[in-house]
Design a protein around this ligand. Sequence first.
Ligand code: NAG
Ligand code: NAG
Length: 259
Amino acid sequence: MTPLDLWLTRSIPMCLLLQSLVLMALCFPSASMCPKGCNCQNLPHGLNVTCTQARLKEIPPDLPSDTILLQLDRNHISAVPDRVFQGLRHLRRLNLSHNAVETLGEGAFSGLESSLELLDLSHNRISSVHKDAFARLKARVVVDDNPWHCDCALQQALGGMAHNHEAAARVLCRSSELRDQEGRPFLAVDADLCNLAKRTTDYAMLVTMFGWFAMVISYVVYYVRQNQEDARRHLEYLKSLPSKPKKPDDPSEDISTVV
Ligand SMILES: *[C@@H]1O[C@H](CO)[C@@H](O)[C@H](O)[C@H]1NC(C)=O
Ligand SMILES: *[C@@H]1O[C@H](CO)[C@@H](O)[C@H](O)[C@H]1NC(C)=O
């Protein structure tokens, strides 16, 4: 056996082994790779993915499917696209606090209904949410420090939460459909914001109808008054007519009698 043969017989299996390792790494990237800027740590039941303060502008699209804890806090994330967490079937805790999220659509947390236990949305810019944004979530949702606009959709969204009273108690209305709710906690004013809109339209309708009614009545009154005036004047004229020839000092009468 020449040295070349010896080298070949030893290196070919090594090459094959290396090649298969590279192939394996390429074939299972989602299970083993950590998103850029994040730190992944193995826990007994899955991954602890920490992307705190990673200057993220959006939610990483390549989150490992075995993530159970996900920290996305202190970033610049401004949107939670529908179904973005769809693949994370085992996610238990999601921290999105200290970001720039403004609104939440219907499917923002879809896929997390059965697994999620805690959702932190505090310190964002959320003013409005879709009425079903939290529907079917069993998680405790933290919503403190957001510039909430309190309206019917928010009332419905809070109503659909498992821990709704706790969340509602921490919603401070930056603005509201209801004047006296502005700057106050959502629960401080016991009002049905969903029937409010209906009541307002009912009220507007009533006012309009009353306005029309008042206009018709005043026209009728005016018309009658005007007619009364005309009738009175006409009557006076009629009264004055036959009295004219009976005037005793009428020279024409004198002349006629003379004639
Ligand atoms: C998850 O990872 C972060 C940072 O690496 C750490 O601070 C935290 O304690 C970890 N959580 C658990 C439950 O191990
Ligand atoms: C989420 O992160 C913030 C800090 O960025 C922290 O104060 C807060 O306690 C975390 N929330 C949960 C539920 O761990």
